[in-house]
Design a protein around this ligand. Structure first.
Ligand SMILES: C[S@@+](CC[C@H](N)C(=O)[O-])C[C@H]1O[C@@H](n2cnc3c(N)ncnc32)[C@H](O)[C@@H]1O
Length: 390
């Protein structure tokens, strides 16, 4: 993660501009004085820089929730703040980097808004969840130039590596998304996907709610898959294999194919490692037999007029509201010069969305962007609107 290790944090007068970098306002954690967020805008992209002031170390870095798509922007913002506020930088992993030409030249990297605004118009898509080194999806995309491939990953170095390869190998049918694949599934139109690859997912033996395979992931997979479309799970974990099998067999209108130690065209980095250790590899393939209804997502993220006092609002911090199908957790509260900001997680239990809400002049808004327009977020929003209006 890019960061500057600084001697002492100094506050600028907000708003403040330096060329194309704008610092808009600062938000201070209401419950601890070692954390601040600086709202930053570069080329129409809004995000926060994070100030962490521990006793032994003071850091200026990027906020994970709102992190912009390019490392270049993060570097720019960090260096620009340090320069404008005259911070003394003790050390850092941020450089006045030369633009990464591979990232500059490819337009394969898409953000979630691209898919939420209008899903690409195609009737055959293949998806790989957690592509890692990308060996498999790069190979598949090259072998099938007429099919659109979408690779989803949350590990930034893997994404950058694959973007570089897309550029070098001039592949034009592969889109890359830096997002939680479990949330992305809710945006895909029904009946258009022919294959979903989930190869060597993290088993999360102690945190099952973080697993990719779950009842809701299978439900969404079945909806987006064409009839005869396939969800291919490949794992070295006997435990994950057994758990997935148990989860799959509860579904009607699917058939399952189970294989052990099957070789596939491309062996991934993980697969090579497990093979060396002579571990068993399991394939569970779900073949869909159901033609699904069209995806309908109705509703918006408007708030009604705000009624709670600032004190009542601050008291929400740390509390959780649970409902039958959704929840809202008020993680943290921040104080702004002219309002209050809340950091919230909400939505579905095993794949929540984390976001910020700002309350200013009796107006409430999500910041810096609206939640993803998914069924679970729209439902959570309805409850959040209720809570914030007493
Ligand atoms: C063990 S690696 C396997 C990588 C690759 N499929 C292979 O076979 O080498 C699992 C990958 O899934 C990614 N991942 C985990 N959870 C994810 C999620 N919810 N959405 C997208 N990617 C995820 C991780 O970042 C990691 O790169």
């Amino acid at each position: 993660m890019p960061h500057l290790h600084i001697k002492k944090f100094k506050k600028l007068e907000f708003p403040h501009s330096n060329g194309d970098v704008n610092f808009n306002f600062i938000a201070s954690n209401a419950n601890r004085d070692d954390e601040k967020l600086i709202s930053t805008t570069i080329e129409d992209e809004d995000f926060f820089l994070l100030v962490r002031e521990d006793e032994d170390k003071k850091l200026l870095k990027t906020d994970k929730l709102t992190r912009p798509s390019s490392t270049q922007k993060i570097h720019n913002a960090l260096l620009s703040y340090a320069k404008e506020a005259k911070l003394e930088v003790l050390d850092s992993n941020v450089h006045h980097s030369i633009k990464n030409i591979h990232l500059e030249e490819v337009n394969s990297l898409k953000n979630i808004k691209f898919f939420a605004d209008k899903f690409p118009d195609t009737d055959d898509v293949r998806i790989e969840v957690g592509f890692g080194s990308g060996r498999h999806i790069l190979h598949q995309a090259k072998e099938n130039p007429d099919i659109l491939f979408i690779g989803i990953e949350i590990h930034r170095p893997s994404i950058e590596q694959v973007l570089k390869q897309i550029n070098i190998q001039k592949i034009d049918n592969l889109m890359i998304l830096d997002y939680d694949a479990r949330l992305f599934m809710e945006l895909i139109p029904s009946n258009i996907v022919s294959k979903i690859y989930v190869h060597f997912p993290v088993p999360w033996d102690k945190k099952e709610h973080r697993r990719v395979i779950s009842t809701s992931f299978i439900e969404e997979s079945q909806r987006v898959l064409k009839v005869d479309g396939r969800l291919e799970l490949r794992t070295d974990s006997e435990n994950y294999y057994a758990y997935s099998y148990e989860t799959f067999i509860n579904f009607p209108k699917i058939s399952l194919e189970i294989k052990k130690n099957r070789d596939i065209v491309i062996s991934s980095k993980y697969e090579d490692r497990w093979k060396k250790q002579e571990k068993n590899i399991y394939d569970v393939t779900m073949i869909n037999e159901l033609y699904s209804y069209e995806l309908e997502i109705d509703g918006d993220f408007e708030f009604s007029k705000f009624l709670l006092s600032s004190v009542e609002l601050l008291k929400l911090s740390g509390s959780t509201k649970k409902y039958d199908e959704t929840f809202i957790h008020f993680e943290r509260a921040y104080i702004l010069d002219d309002g209050i900001m809340l950091r919230i997680s909400m939505g579905s239990f095993n794949k929540p969305e984390h976001l910020y809400v700002i309350v200013r002049d009796k107006n409430i808004s999500y910041y810096p962007k609206l939640p993803l327009k998914s069924k679970s977020n729209l439902l959570a929003h309805k409850f959040l609107n209720g809570v914030l209006n007493g």
